[in-house]
Design a protein around this ligand. Sequence first.
Ligand SMILES: Cc1cc2nc3c(=O)[nH]c(=O)nc-3n(C[C@H](O)[C@H](O)[C@H](O)COP(=O)(O)O)c2cc1C
Length: 209
Amino acid sequence: MKQIIITVILCATALVALRIAAPKQECNSNVIEAIYARRSIRQYTDCAVEREKLMEVARAGIAAPNAMNRQAWAVRIVDSKEWIDACTAAFVPTIEGTPFGEHLLTADFKNMFRNAPAVIFVAAEPSVYAGVDCGILGQNMMLAAYQLGLGTCCLGSPVGFMNSEAGAKFLADLNLPEGYQLQYAIAIGYADEAPEAKPRDESKISFVE
Ligand SMILES: Cc1cc2nc3c(=O)[nH]c(=O)nc-3n(C[C@H](O)[C@H](O)[C@H](O)COP(=O)(O)O)c2cc1C
């Protein structure tokens, strides 16, 4: 028995020593997997997103690198069906009859946020790097959402409407700090489609010799 205890202690000590000595070289493949597996989702189930998950996504967003840690962003989460439907009802007449309307107002149209049950708005302070900061924040949120089993779609199109006269009430509801500009919205919910990856052009990348 004594011999067994000594052997166990020696093994445990050796394992601890090895962990301390070994350089940390593990590759966190989850991040890279998530980057390649994420898709823009434009069809969602009606299932509401848990607020804890929405909060976790937003928290992952503001963990993003940002210039001088100024955190020159504002994040607003909307999960009220009433609000989303009211915003959509104001939006639809502005696009009806336009080519954009034809493209969006399909038979399965539920709302202007690509039919998602929730939407996260991101606004930037009027400072030089704020737009970049907000972009990085958005990708953090979309990857975190993916990890939590949620689909997302970054949306630029609602911004024009929210900044128009017809959308002013809805922009005001976001209660953004003075001078902040809405950058984009992120539709978020449980995916009801599994689109293929869209191609990327690797010729956009080159080494500088
Ligand atoms: C700044 C920005 C604005 C976008 N605006 C819209 C939009 O208004 N409507 C939409 O359906 N998708 C929008 N997208 C999603 C892109 O269409 C999508 O990311 C692109 O086609 C690549 O597809 P993937 O995200 O599935 O890889 C936007 C993406 C970004 C980054």
